[in-house]
Ligand binder design. Structure first.
Ligand SMILES: [Zn+2]
Length: 163
């Protein structure tokens, strides 16, 4: 995990009003604005007002607030543009294709047959490999470890932690 300078963070500047953006929505903890490099009409970014570089650095509360605003903005974009689809994109760190180091979620309204392409092709993984990966993650005992009594296997939601 790397840290990034916030002094010239463009999304902090948009949040503070010192840099112009076409703002669509704002609440106490998030902001939605048009991407100035929009790949389709209505391409929007949702960010937390409090600087956090990546999903690993943002608080759980701000992450939840961002997703709430993503949900609201998705409904708004559907009402305005009636797109055939919508693609969400969220990148972390350069290896994950992140370019601006303030957490953001892209909402890209889609039309059937538009010019965008999937970033990868999907091929089935051997079940034994998936089983090994599953065991590795479930046996982890760090701070974000899954609950030990099998709730991760049952599909029931894990207990909510209080901050
Ligand atoms: Zn920032």
């Amino acid at each position: 995990m790397s840290t990034h300078d916030t002094a010239d963070c463009p999304f902090c500047q948009i949040a503070s009003g010192s840099l112009h953006a076409e703002v669509l929505y704002r609440d106490g903890s998030t902001l939605a604005f048009l991407d100035r490099t929009a790949v389709t009409e209505g391409h929007t970014l949702v960010v937390p007002l409090t600087h956090a570089a990546t999903l690993w650095e943002v608080t759980e509360a701000d992450a939840a607030a961002v997703m709430r605003t993503v949900h609201r903005t998705a409904r708004l974009l559907r009402e305005v543009f009636a797109p055939d689809g919508l693609t969400l994109f969220q990148a972390n760190e350069p290896a994950g294709w992140q370019d601006v180091f303030h957490l953001h979620v892209h909402l890209v309204p889609r039309s059937t047959g538009d010019h965008l392409h999937r970033p990868w092709t999907a091929d089935p993984v051997a079940p034994e490999q998936l089983a090994r990966t599953g065991r590795r993650i479930r046996s982890h005992r760090g701070p974000a470890a899954p609950p030990p009594t099998g709730t991760a296997r049952t599909g029931r939601p894990a207990p909510t932690e209080q901050e």
